[in-house]
Design a protein around this ligand. Structure first.
Ligand code: C2O
Length: 609
């Protein structure tokens, strides 16, 4: 990987300027030298790789050429012309095209095998089975629902805690070839995201990836559904439910005690967690900046407050009611999908915060901080119960609506159930939690209050940068080890809209062509019209969102984008009429070597381009 940087850097000029203040946005690019621990390789004019996340791609070559720095300058220039600086615009779905897309079929178990890109032969395939049962959704909810309690409340009930521990203990004690066995259950996650599972589409064998697209919520809902039923069955208690890690409320912003008490006898304990973060009383930071290195000196109250602002922004402002900002993009051949905003943060952030310090051997962030091992930590299931609860709340309390495209609804997965039967499930059958037989304990949702709505740091600003994205393009490819700012135009059809039109269709900032090796835990924050030298925090409107990646073990190139809703943000900033905004990216970890393909502002279309 080391060879990438010099190669890119040698083909371009080095841009170096001194720090600036907000009032002097008069340069193409701001390099903030205080950010030297981080490194971004920016290639705004689109390099061409085959694409791992893309359901149709072959990424081994791409990984190699990325590491070797083989970027074709013609692709770069072509990308600028055809690609969508300001462009790609705009409104309107091509409904026919959507209707024609095929759903992703369940994995073909006969094609499951060791991960090709992993030299150690990582093999997460489940035990084989000849019979596949079709899941049958009941017509009405069962009489007694399983109630998932907030982990901090569940901890107060010794009987519950004892049951949960006993169930996990029994799961760990099952024979190796039993699909319900704890390690086989952990491997379910690994198989669906580290290259073991494949499906056939259009005659081609393709690898499945359940993160960073619209498969994220339904896959994990089903995974927990079966996991929970297996635990319940092992202790013969049909009412048993997983707890949820209530990280969206102050009472839950800690590593939950039930997973931490008693490192010797507690089967919920996992030695592979961040040792600093497991110290009782350590507040979980939803904006955790560095993977493995804490760099914040904020006091606990500030972190808790910022977490609540972050929840408000992630759930209510940048995700709006637009389904792809919430769920992520379609997972379709020809698309490079992207994650929804909750998947980035808090989901990915909490993974990275929980896993071991990446500075310590084996430097991979196990268990929670790398996907292949995440399911080995029982805390994973409490974390995902709360992620699942966000989907549940979004629909129940915030008018969110499920996607209606059949290629989402008919996408399928396979899981083993509590009777060791292999079961075929679809997204369609996952939508109603009551029919699945569970509900969430009703607890306070503090971030929904207006009190935690981010406010502008600057009054409507009149200063503007002089340089456009096109000018930035002539500077790159280049290696950056610092913050960058760029002016991004707002097309006429985005700007000149009535309030009613704005309420119907979200304006989005798209950072596209984001490419990096999957083994690296990339993170950067995005600000709009902020001071590039000292960007504000989560309680400010200027903080538009974050890109957060959880590293994979198998080595390939991720190609994706970040899409942030900015209608509300621009209104708050008094910038709704401006014909451009200044976008600042702040790299937030020490390992992120990435390229950025371009920026645009457009009407949200949930397109997969
Ligand atoms: Cu499948 Cu939290 O990841």
């Amino acid at each position: 990987m080391a060879s990438l940087l010099p190669l890119l850097a040698s083909s371009s000029t080095t841009v170096s300027v001194t720090p600036t203040s907000f009032a002097s946005f008069r340069r193409p690019l701001f390099l903030n030298k205080s950010q030297t621990s981080s490194r971004l390789v920016v290639l705004p004019c689109k390099a061409k790789h085959r694409d791992h996340n893309n359901p149709g791609s072959n990424d081994q070559d791409a990984a190699t050429s990325f590491r070797e720095g083989k970027f074709d300058r013609r692709d770069v220039l072509f990308g600028l012309g055809a690609g969508g600086l300001y462009g790609a615009g705009a409104a309107g779905f091509d409904l026919n095209r959507f209707a024609l897309a095929d759903p992703i079929p369940a994995p073909d178990l006969s094609k499951c095998g060791p991960t090709t890109e992993d030299k150690t032969g990582l093999d997460c395939c489940p035990p084989k089975s000849d019979i596949i049962h079709k899941f049958k959704l009941p017509a009405s909810p069962p009489e007694v629902l399983r109630i998932r309690l907030a982990a901090q409340n569940a901890a107060k009930d010794p009987e519950y805690v004892a049951k949960y521990r006993e169930a996990i203990k029994r799961m760990k004690g099952l024979p190796n070839d039993d699909p319900r066995n704890f390690w086989n259950q952990a491997n379910v996650h690994c198989a669906y995201c580290e290259g073991s599972h494949h499906y056939t589409m259009g005659g081609n064998l393709k690898e499945i990836q359940v993160h960073s697209s619209w498969l994220f919520y339904p896959f994990h809902r089903w995974y927990l559904y079966f996991y929970e039923r297996i635990l319940a069955d092992l202790i013969q208690d049909p009412t048993f439910a997983l707890p949820f890690w209530n990280w969206d409320a102050p009472e839950g912003m800690y590593m939950p005690a039930i997973f931490e008490d008693d490192s010797v006898l507690n089967p919920l304990y996992d030695a592979k967690r961040n040792t600093r973060h497991r110290v009782p009383g350590t507040v979980l930071d939803l904006n955790y900046k560095k993977n493995g290195t804490d760099d914040n000196t904020r006091d606990d109250d500030t972190i808790i407050r910022e977490n609540l602002f972050t929840m408000n922004k992630q759930m209510l402002s940048i995700s709006s009611t637009d389904w792809c900002l919430f769920f992520g993009d379609p997972y379709r051949p020809g698309c490079s999908p992207c994650a929804g905003n909750i998947e980035h943060k808090p989901h990915n952030t909490v993974h990275n915060w929980t896993g071991t310090d990446r500075k310590l051997p084996p430097k991979t962030g196990e268990d929670m901080g790398v996907f292949y091992s995440a399911g080995r930590d029982p805390i994973f299931f409490a974390h995902h119960a709360n992620v699942d609860r966000m989907w549940y709340l979004w629909k129940k309390n915030f008018k969110g609506q499920d996607i209606t495209y059949t290629d989402w609804l008919d996408s399928a997965f396979l899981f083993y159930d509590e009777k060791q039967r292999l079961v075929h499930v679809t997204v369609r059958d996952s939508l109603d939690t009551a029919l699945l037989g569970y509900d969430y304990e009703s607890v306070d949702i503090p971030w929904k209050d207006h009190k935690y709505k981010p406010t502008p740091r600057f009054p409507a600003n009149k200063t503007k940068p002089q340089f456009s994205f096109a000018e930035l393009c002539t500077k790159f490819p280049d290696t950056l080890d610092s913050t960058i700012s760029v002016e991004v135009a707002r097309p006429e059809e985005v700007r000149n809209r009535s309030d009613a039109e704005k309420a119907k269709q979200e304006e989005v900032l798209v950072i596209r062509g984001i490419e990096f090796p999957a083994t690296v835990p990339v993170k950067f924050d995005v600000y709009v019209n902020d001071d590039a030298d000292s960007p504000s925090g989560p309680d400010k409107s200027e903080f538009a969102g974050s890109f957060v990646h959880v590293s994979h073990r198998h080595d390939h190139i991720i190609k994706t984008k970040l899409r942030l809703g900015i209608t509300q943000l621009l209104r708050d900033l008094g910038a709704a009429k401006e014909d451009s905004v200044v976008v600042t990216l702040v790299p937030r970890n020490g390992e992120g070597k990435i390229t950025i393909g371009g920026f645009s502002i457009e009407l949200s279309s949930c397109e997969c381009a």
